[in-house]
Design a protein around this ligand. Structure first.
Ligand code: HEM
Length: 420
């Protein structure tokens, strides 16, 4: 039987659009979806044909593992800086499920409560120091706080004299993801140094020199056995432990954007001050939806299929529009307004709100979403309620081209004091 002829995908007639993508950043895919009035279009990036898709139905098909594979979808330059090699991001099938279970085993309610307490403690430690200073730059400070939280929670020893360097390295790996040139190279150097550090620590656990608590990531990953009942090689174990520590540091970016939201939308500060847990949760969700972090995700077509009448051929690279889906006017009323209350009505679909990926826990969706939300709740409640500060004149704009983005001044605070 003959099938229905595929519908042509709207297409950019260009030789290569990599430079345009770098020039347009977060707006590149959503801008073209608007232009073509289509949730799918075809372009060329890094010398290859690429299909870009966005929206809820697009996210649903993107997370269908029968249709897509992650193998070969992450460019080497991102593995060399952001992700590392042979980690959970690029595993498939049983190997992925087995490794993912290792990550999910850390997310118990006891461990999450511990994380909340740790986060509260670290902000209190920071405030004692900030009160002595006239000026504090929030973003690097938040990253240091996150680094302390991450290491303590994961069971990784961190000496006071290494805090700055370790934080800078973890930050540089994140900062490298959309970069070419020096920012990319700093990310690579930072990754190499961090992997050496963590390999050494895991080796110390295996030799008995270090004895972390059993429920920590350090213990779990050091002694994890793969499907063949072998310990992970030191390098892979280090990559995975960094897949816990590094993204916790990345939460510092969302915290900084949250501070920006409190500043730019002062009515939210009043509501945060009332201390209503439901409002804090909605505020955190809106920060994760509204501000730019991950622009898009990539996967390759596993075998030929049709979606909405369009043909997807085996091996084609497909990008899912994360930022654009979180700002899709078909999904979000007035998407460019910051309005936490919208999450009162949100139905909790795994495919329309995807700042940390979509789908279900045992797919490739981020296992750190609960951690992120919990840390942000404590951190932003702290900034809104526990301290007073002035926000001097500064450039708080954030670029929609630089990936990842961050307010240009990194959010400077003056005269920080404990709230009266
Ligand atoms: C700033 C906050 C964070 C953002 C924006 C973020 C974003 C993402 C995104 C977009 C993905 C890809 C999903 C996919 O491939 O379909 C992901 C995966 C992942 N994230 Fe996060 N994440 C954050 C925090 C965390 C935290 C705190 C952890 C630590 C537990 C974490 C660990 C991971 C891991 C291990 C994966 C790979 C999962 C897999 O492939 O199965 N992330 N994250």
């Amino acid at each position: 039987m003959k099938g229905v002829a595929p519908v042509a995908i709207p297409r950019e007639n260009v030789l290569d659009n990599t430079l345009t993508l770098l020039r347009e950043g977060y707006h590149y895919i959503p801008g073209r979806r608007r232009h073509f009035k289509s949730d799918i279009f075809q372009t060329r990036l890094l010398g290859q044909k690429v299909i870009c898709i966005g929206g809820k139905e697009a996210a649903e098909v993107f997370y269908d593992e029968d249709k897509f594979t992650r193998i070969g979808a992450i460019p080497n330059r991102m593995k060399e800086s952001l992700f590392g090699k042979n980690g959970v991001h690029v595993l498939e099938g049983n190997a992925h499920s087995h490794r993912k279970t290792m990550f999910m085993s850390l997310m118990t309610s006891e461990r999450l409560s511990e994380l909340t307490a740790l986060t509260e403690k670290q902000w209190e430690v920071a405030i004692a120091d900030w009160q002595q200073k006239r000026r504090v730059i929030l973003f690097p400070e938040a990253e240091k706080i996150m680094c302390r939280i991450a290491c303590e929670w994961a069971g990784v020893p961190l000496w006071a004299n290494e805090l700055s360097q370790r934080t800078r390295d973890l930050s540089a790996m994140i900062d490298a993801f959309g970069a070419i040139g020096p920012r990319h190279w700093q990310g690579r150097i930072a990754r190499n140094r961090s992997e050496r550090w963590i390999r050494r620590i895991i080796a110390q656990v295996r030799s008995g020199e270090l004895k972390p608590r059993e429920e920590t990531a350090l213990y779990t990953f050091a002694w994890h056995r793969d499907l063949q009942d072998r310990l992970l090689d030191l390098q892979t174990a280090a990559v995975e432990l960094l897949n816990i520590v590094r993204p916790i540091v990345a939460v510092g970016r969302f915290v900084t954007f949250g501070a920006l939201a409190i500043n730019d939308f002062p009515e939210t500060k009043e509501k945060l001050r009332v201390g209503d847990d439901d409002y804090i949760r909605m505020f955190v969700q809106e920060v994760r939806r509204y501000y730019p972090f991950g622009p898009f995700l990539g996967a390759k077509v596993r075998s030929n299929f049709k979606w909405t009448g369009h043909q997807f051929k085996k091996g084609t690279l497909v990008l899912l529009d994360i930022y654009g889906t979180n700002h899709d006017p078909d999904l979000w009323d007035k998407p460019d307004e910051f309005r936490p209350e919208r999450f009162d009505e949100w139905e909790g679909s795994p495919f329309d709100f995807i700042p940390q990926g979509g789908g279900y826990d045992m797919g490739h969706r981020c296992p750190g979403e609960w951690i992120t939300i919990d840390i942000m709740k404590v951190s932003l409640a702290f900034l809104a309620n526990r301290i007073d500060y002035n926000v001097p004149k500064q450039n708080l704009d954030y670029s929609m081209v630089r990936m990842p983005s961050i307010p240009k001044s990194r959010f400077i605070m003056r005269d920080v004091a404990i709230s009266s």
